[in-house]
Write a protein that binds this ligand. Sequence first.
Ligand SMILES: NC(=O)c1ccc[n+]([C@@H]2O[C@H](COP(=O)([O-])OP(=O)(O)OC[C@H]3O[C@@H](n4cnc5c(N)ncnc54)[C@H](OP(=O)(O)O)[C@@H]3O)[C@@H](O)[C@H]2O)c1
Length: 401
Amino acid sequence: MPDSTPSIPQLNIGLFGLGTAGTGLVEVLPQSGLQNVAVKRICVKNPTKPRPVNREKITFEPSEILDDPHINVVVETINGVDEAFHIVQTALRRGKHVVTANKKMVAHRFSELLDLQAETGKTLLYESAACGAIPIVRTLEEHFGAEPLDGLSGIFNGTSNYILTRMLRENLDFDTALAQAQANGFAELDPSSDIDGDDAKYKLILLTAHSYGHIAHPEAVFNLGIRHIRSEDLNYAREQQKTIKLLPICRPLPEHRLALYVLPAFVEQQDVLYGVQEEFNGVKVQARYSGQQFFKGRGAGGHPTGSALLADLAALQQGYRYPYRKHRLNGLSRLDESLLLDVYCSFPTHADVARFPLRQAEKVWQNSRAFALKGQITLQDLQSAQVWIRENEVMVVSEAK
Ligand SMILES: NC(=O)c1ccc[n+]([C@@H]2O[C@H](COP(=O)([O-])OP(=O)(O)OC[C@H]3O[C@@H](n4cnc5c(N)ncnc54)[C@H](OP(=O)(O)O)[C@@H]3O)[C@@H](O)[C@H]2O)c1
């Protein structure tokens, strides 16, 4: 497949979704320098909602976009996997290019999306899906397309970062900090995907594909979030002059193996990620020759997401497509769960820790409600103990190296 397509003089867009992301695009587009781009039709679901656009553009019927031969680009900004994948698949097969913000859909259907691009010769871009406005997908693909990377991590989820920042700064408990995040529009009514690390995992999968070439399925990647964080855990972090952040990690191991996981971690003050506060995101790339590179910015919100969608449309207009350089080079890399992690874990008093495969366990603190141990555990053992960890409200924090 060639690394680019001919430039596209006129982009006629069919937009799916007019929530935070879709409205963001509609608002930034007229102010942008992008020429010859028009949103022709917008498909949404709920017929009774008021809309910030001319009603004539609105449709509830996907075929009015997918069957329209004049629409040559679909921008997909809906939630969920199956409906979104169906829209994207149909659009590509009908000869339309696609820009999507939907990390969950891309992470779950990545291999099929690669095949569809090869089969149709059409382009799929998703800069806004990984860390919103931070221009990281194309940076990894293009700028670091040749240089080997020795590590990738960061703060990929603004909701959990906002909660952790508030807990640490204002001594709030988790429920109060979450309620504040919801009141300020930084958390959904159902915040599970953000606080349990799923959202960060989807972004990690996207960025791993472009930095190491490996396409991982979400079920193969361990994630644990901050749902069970205790005030004592943050007090312990403070005593060590550290903080706790939810970190997605991609660590290359010898022989084309990769350790991929999402886990809270202690972060030292000298670490660039320590200064990523509130709802901000940060991406830390450890490049073999150029050293550490760090990107910080807004990971969500209408205009930041609209900005990344706009950047994809500009790239598309110039005939850009992802060459998937690292995937072509390292497509044979595989995940390895044998990595032994140094961890700190806190448990409620009633937890039967004999059932938890922590090696060389040492007590850190204990009170009437809870206690904490330090020790070592493999990713594989964490994965196997996942249900027990969740049922027993265990907080696991990795000692960052
Ligand atoms: N919010 C962000 O800051 C952000 C940042 C980066 C990426 N994203 C991604 O962007 C996507 C949308 O997020 P959002 O926050 O904008 O969601 P949202 O505010 O809930 O909006 C979702 C929109 O999709 C529409 N919709 C849902 N199912 C549909 C269907 N089957 N056909 C047509 N329209 C449908 C909804 O229609 P109604 O209006 O009729 O309900 C709504 O307009 C997600 O995949 C998300 O991960 C969001």
